[in-house]
Design a protein around this ligand. Structure first.
Ligand SMILES: [Zn+2]
Ligand SMILES: [Zn+2]
Length: 502
């Protein structure tokens, strides 16, 4: 094995991959597999996979041997970069925030010849020194950057030298991102994981700004425009006007959903806001800006790279992903309507709405809002002739173990004559007056045919569970004998008692 002609030490803030590329380049070896070969680490299993070289002992041993001096203290920064508490989080929309492809600041590379480890984090967008977006493509030929030592010099496709590249005008950088870069420099282990959680949420939502459903991804997919989307994520968290523009664009892009009620138009923004862990000024103040007082702003672009594999539909992919906007699931409908998931399950029960066929699990059932609208439209009513309008919050539901989801479902199944008011299908529910009372009684009958859990009894009687226990002591109600251990109430005794109340 020949000695390495040049044996550089790592520089503070350099990424391990970047260091290996630099070491290789100085010795005229550029490809990752060749660099590992020169280090004697072996080709087969230890080849740098594209971009992210993990810090590991066998590599450090090899480096110490080939650099011919004790270098462990210099390598420790790579271990720290590789072992940060917030790098992986299974509850986050982007679980692993390390990107698997090169993204650089060409000006920094031209000036320092170093690849900064922070460029490999999915939630950074802009170089704080040059205030320019990190790039995953050559600014000259627009081809994706290759993970190789040539990155330190320029583009290996069009041979542009980074030093010759005239940088675009510096763009504005958000305070939040500036703070994060500083924290990552001083003490990366101390970065607040809830901030990263919210940022990942904002990134995923900005990738699909007009959808109600967003998937959890293991890692950020390779996307040339990644930095631009991340810059938008910072803005939507921090700038009320930007958040308000997003709302306004949702009204425009999702106007087909108007028949379901206005709350469905702004749903992406509302769902985004509901899941945030911190109180950001963008959503907090941007939610109350009147829509007619704001400009539409630049159109937010969307892409389908952030759609999880099991949810992909060939037809949507070819149609630029517009169809994904109309997908809903139980949780999103419940959240948009302010209903519980139980009520929503009742709404969609018995297959009244078609589901997407590639989903087997009932919990993950997905629906197409256009098909829901189509189905409800068959029951559209103009006037309330012979019908009464039922308020979804009516206490009549509660008193009879029923809910608006069940009523809509029974109208669709033609169990009870009814319909829906134009443009507010899920909010304005009409039923035949005389049949409604019968329907409610029928719900109560079927709910009390068997035993009823204590908490449900308390809801129906609008009292506390303690009050229900007292009613049992007073012998107005009975415990369900076979379920005493769980404190269920005997159904028929409850039915009798409720008749006396009416
Ligand atoms: Zn820079
Ligand atoms: Zn190029």
């Amino acid at each position: 094995m020949t000695r390495l002609a040049v044996r550089p030490l790592p520089v503070e803030g350099e990424s391990l991959t970047g260091y290996l590329f630099r070491l290789g380049m100085l010795n005229c070896v550029f490809r990752p597999s060749e660099i590992m070969d020169v280090l004697g680490v072996g080709k087969s299993s230890h080849v740098v996979k594209g971009w992210c070289q993990p810090a590991c002992d066998y590599l450090f041993d090899a480096l110490e041997t080939r650099l011919e001096r004790p270098v462990r203290p210099y390598l420790r920064q790579f271990e720290r970069q590789d072992d940060l508490p917030w790098q992986r989080d299974w509850t986050r929309l982007i679980q692993d925030v390390r990107t698997g492809y090169p993204r650089i600041c060409t000006q920094c590379v031209a000036e320092t010849g170093i690849l900064d480890w922070r460029w490999g984090l999915a939630f950074t967008s802009t170089c704080p020194k040059h205030a320019s977006l990190l790039t995953a493509e050559c600014p000259g030929c627009k081809k994706a950057l290759t993970p190789s030592g040539t990155l330190l010099l320029g583009c290996d496709k069009c041979e542009m030298d980074w030093a010759e590249f005239e940088a675009p005008m510096a763009s504005e950088m958000s305070d939040l991102e500036l703070q994060l870069w500083a924290q990552l420099e001083q003490d990366p282990s101390n970065v607040d994981p809830t901030v990263i959680q919210d940022l990942c949420r904002a990134i995923v939502y900005m990738m699909r700004p007009f959808d109600s459903l967003h998937d959890t991804l293991e890692a950020a997919p390779r996307l040339i425009e990644h930095s631009a989307y991340v810059a938008r994520a910072y803005r939507t968290l921090q700038e009320p006007e930007f958040f308000a523009q997003w709302r306004k664009q949702c009204h425009e892009k999702r106007k087909d959903l108007m028949p379901l009620g206005e709350e469905f138009l702004e749903a992406p923004c509302q769902l985004f806001r509901d899941g945030l862990l911190n109180d950001w000024s963008g959503p907090a103040r941007g939610s109350s800006i009147p829509l007619d007082s704001i400009a539409l702003g630049d159109e937010l672009s969307e892409n389908t790279r952030y759609i999880a594999q099991p949810r992909r539909e060939a037809a949507f992919e070819s149609g630029e992903g517009v169809g994904y906007r109309y997908q809903l699931d139980i949780a999103s409908i419940a959240s948009i309507k302010g209903w519980s998931e139980e009520v929503t399950e009742d709404l969609v029960g018995n297959g009244v709405f078609p589901t997407f066929k590639n989903v087997a699990q009932s919990k993950k059932r997905r629906f197409d809002a256009n098909q829901i609208i189509g189905k409800l439209r068959q029951f559209a009513v103009q006037t309330a002739d012979g019908f009464i309008e039922v308020d979804a919050d009516s206490s009549a539901f509660r008193r009879n173990f029923a809910n608006p989801g069940m009523l809509v479902n029974d109208i669709l199944k033609k169990v009870i004559p009814g319909g829906f008011g134009e443009d507010k299908f899920l909010s304005r529910i009409f039923v035949h007056e005389s049949r409604f009372a019968k329907w409610l009684l029928q719900q109560r009958k079927s709910a009390t045919r068997r035993s009823v859990p204590l908490n449900k009894v308390a809801v129906a009687l609008d009292c506390t569970e303690q009050d229900v226990r007292r009613l049992v002591e007073e012998q107005k109600l009975k415990w369900a004998t076979h379920r005493e251990w769980e404190k269920w109430i005997d159904g028929p005794s409850l039915f009798e008692y409720m008749i006396c109340l009416d």
